[in-house]
Design a protein around this ligand. Structure first.
Ligand code: NOJ
Ligand code: CA
Length: 703
């Protein structure tokens, strides 16, 4: 064992309080028996700690503790390479350095005004004891709300490039926690969440049709993967700063209650990741809280991303929008022209613009404006078909753009790539130039279908790099983007604030056409604690014509109308759609909430909640004293009490409550709602009855 003990003595001398040798009375020693030079570092408050050590086999291992209890037990680190031996055995520690930061940074837009970045961290330099004596560092950052760690491969003699077949990062659990998961599909996050103990995860059996060995590694789940322990610890595993690397899914070993990284592979290239040295991997993250809201309020993922690279992003505008969209999902109109029911006509666009201008919506999205929709979904030869600069003959882009400007409304561009990224890359510059010419600063991108070329996947390294290219090219032209069928968010909006929002979820559209009946009432009570931990969601709320009459007799939205309103607060996105058709808002006093609700915030608080049951969130509008509260419940009716103690003391506020009507029910009576105005102060405790599949939305402003 060639260990240099000096570094440790040095660190202790330097008074680095948190770092200490194992042997602490609080340390669970059992699983570290025989460990080489174990040590620990704690977060600023001491609530979270990491033990790092070499096992008796000289493998690198870590443990995570929360409030003095082990929550991630001895877990190994390592890699499987192509044309090189695996990395992870027979290691020595060359050095350890420590690091700590306490700063805060401003969000250009977001859930809150600024974010505190406070951690203690350390970097361990590892090297193989024998030839080829390859080196890698592991850096841990320990926050009060969790842990992030990543690998770094420094420049070195015996390795210039690595081809990674698999990353062997383990997350070993201490018990059979409840978990909320979607199958680790290499091409989609558009699945319903399953709730099972970890021992019962069965991604292929419980998962959706369409999943098979070619797009999922057996029994893998996506991240954020959220769990709850019997004693009330909430954990969520995800990744931060996914750059030039394949996405990580988690392979569940249900007998050993262990999760292991499983990278999305390219069958075309025969590997998951190829990188030249030096390089960093993405951060592997474990968020920790003693209540579910703590996970939602955690900014760990963003903190582990690089600061804003774009500088002044005043052209990135949070806004509400409507658009020529839901009418296609209802099949009232179509994206293409051949049906004779083309949605994106100049006239129809003007109708939506008028509605937006009259109703405090900042933008209008127009889908189906460009040629190529005759051959998108399902056409294997669709590469080269979409044209991102040529409008259909019945859509005058210039006229529509001018009209929008006149009315003070932003036009939102749409680029459906049909998962043919090479076509999009060829036209990207021209497409964004066209937008610039018409002063259009936002685009929605889509990647429907199987990626062309064959063997590539939405979540593999090749596509990760494509999405990044789109983001960076868009930024050059002051274009902000909203990506559908995206790579999951990993906090890049901090570095590139033009990454507005995205789908990567089973969104509202499923309610229009899914053969399984759409998203169940509990869906929105799970998303805040799972997918939303990764980043903003373009869920597209606000459907008032719940039964979809007369367009979709066999489908419906499985919530009450009041829950649709609550979603604007519960689901965070800097752009929020008023998704229904203008005519469906007519005669609805409840539409006032959509007119009023903010999209950019100074503060956000989870007031109450339980994953899969209900959640209540309050947010304060950026630059004002106005608050908005949203509460949603699952299929069960629920009595909740809204505690207004978050309001300023000694001030009176006017609250308008939009709530389920007495007999409201997501299926039997979804549109029954009541509106009540009342005065509230920070002493107010308001009892509300939420209907099955229901919710409540409240706007609050100082009197
Ligand atoms: C799927 C997207 O999620 C949806 O919003 C869009 O309307 C269609 N693709 C067409 O691009
Ligand atoms: Ca979609």
């Amino acid at each position: 064992m060639r260990l240099n003990y000096l570094w440790k003595a040095l660190l202790l001398l330097m008074g680095f309080g948190g770092l200490s040798a194992c042997g602490d009375k609080s340390l669970p020693s059992g699983s570290m028996d025989g460990a080489v030079s174990p040590f620990r570092l704690s977060s600023p408050s001491g609530d979270v700690a990491v033990n790092f050590f070499l096992t008796p086999e000289e493998e690198a291992a870590y443990q995570v503790l929360f409030e003095d209890k082990v929550v991630i037990d001895t877990s190994l680190l390592g890699f499987e390479f192509k044309d090189q031996p695996d990395f992870g055995k027979n290691l020595q520690i060359n050095s350890v350095s420590v690091d700590s930061v306490n700063e805060s940074w401003k969000m250009p837009w977001g859930e809150q005004d600024s974010v505190i970045n406070h951690f203690k961290g350390f970097t361990v330099s590892l090297q193989e004891q024998e030839e080829p004596a390859r080196k890698a560092d592991v850096t841990f950052r320990i926050y009060d709300d969790g842990v992030g760690f990543r690998y770094f491969f420094p420049e070195q003699e015996n390795m210039e490039e690595v081809v990674i077949l698999e990353e062997n990062t383990q997350f070993n659990l201490t018990a059979d926690h409840q978990s909320w998961w979607i199958p680790g599909d290499w091409d989609s996050y558009e699945h319903l969440y399953n709730q099972t103990p970890v021992s019962k995860i069965n991604a292929l059996a419980l998962g959706d049709p369409g999943l098979n060995e070619s797009n999922i590694m057996e029994n893998a789940v996506h991240t954020p993967f959220t769990m709850k322990s019997e004693d009330g610890v909430y954990l969520s595993i995800h990744e931060a700063d996914l750059t030039d690397y394949a996405s990580m899914t988690l392979l569940a070993d249900t007998s050993n209650l262990s999760l292991q990284s499983a990278l999305v592979n390219s069958e075309r290239l025969g590997y998951a990741v190829k990188r030249e040295l030096p390089f960093y991997t993405p951060w592997r993250t474990i968020q920790l809280a003693d209540n579910p809201g703590g996970l939602v309020e955690s900014k760990l993922i963003l903190n582990l991303n690089e600061p804003n690279k774009l500088g002044d992003v005043s052209w990135v505008e949070p806004m509400k929008y409507n658009g020529i969209w839901w009418e296609m999902h209802l099949d009232k109109s179509t994206w293409d022209m051949k049906s004779g029911r083309h949605g994106a006509t100049t006239e129809n666009a003007k109708r939506y613009i008028d509605f937006a201008a009259e109703n405090n919506l900042g933008g209008v999205l127009v889908e189906g404006w460009n040629t190529g929709w005759e051959r998108w979904i399902g056409f294997p030869d669709r590469e080269g078909v979409f044209d991102f600069v040529t409008p259909y003959p019945d859509y005058d882009l210039e006229e529509v753009a001018d009209y929008a400007k006149e009315k003070g409304v932003e036009l939102i561009m749409h680029h459906e790539t049909s998962a043919a990224p090479r076509t999009y890359e060829q036209q990207m510059e021209a497409a964004y130039q066209l937008m610039q010419k018409h002063d259009i600063n936002a685009a929605k991108l889509g990647y429907v279908g199987k990626i062309i070329p064959d063997g590539e996947h939405h979540h593999g390294q090749w596509m990760v790099n494509h999405y990044r290219k789109a983001l960076e090219t868009a930024a050059k032209y002051n274009v902000a983007i909203n990506i559908h069928e995206p790579i999951k968010p990993t906090g890049l909006r901090r570095t590139y604030p033009n990454l507005l929002t995205g789908e990567g979820v089973r969104g509202q559209e499923f309610n229009a056409w899914a053969a399984d009946g759409g998203n169940p009432p509990e869906h929105l009570t799970i998303l805040p604690f799972t997918r939303m931990l990764a980043g903003p969601i373009d869920y597209t709320p606000g459907i008032f014509n719940i039964k979809l009459d007369p367009y979709r007799p066999n489908n419906q939205v499985n919530t009450t109308l009041a829950q649709q309103l609550a979603a604007y607060v519960v689901i965070y996105s800097p752009v929020q759609m008023a998704a229904d058709l203008p005519e469906h808002y007519e005669g609805h006093p409840a539409f006032q909430f959509i007119r009023d609700v903010a999209v950019d915030w100074d503060e956000s608080k989870v007031l109450e909640g339980e994953i899969g049951d209900f959640v209540t969130i309050a947010r304060r509008e950026k630059g004002t004293e106005n608050w908005f509260v949203g509460s949603v419940t699952d299929e069960n009716p629920r009595e909740i009490t809204i505690d207004f103690s978050f309001l300023d003391e000694g001030k009176a506020y006017k609250a308008i409550v939009y709530k389920d009507g007495k007999d409201a029910h997501w299926d039997k009576n979804p549109t029954a709602y009541e509106i009540e105005a009342l005065e509230v102060t920070n002493d107010t405790r308001l009892d509300l009855q939420l209907a099955p599949g229901g919710g409540a939305a409240i706007s609050v402003e100082p009197k």
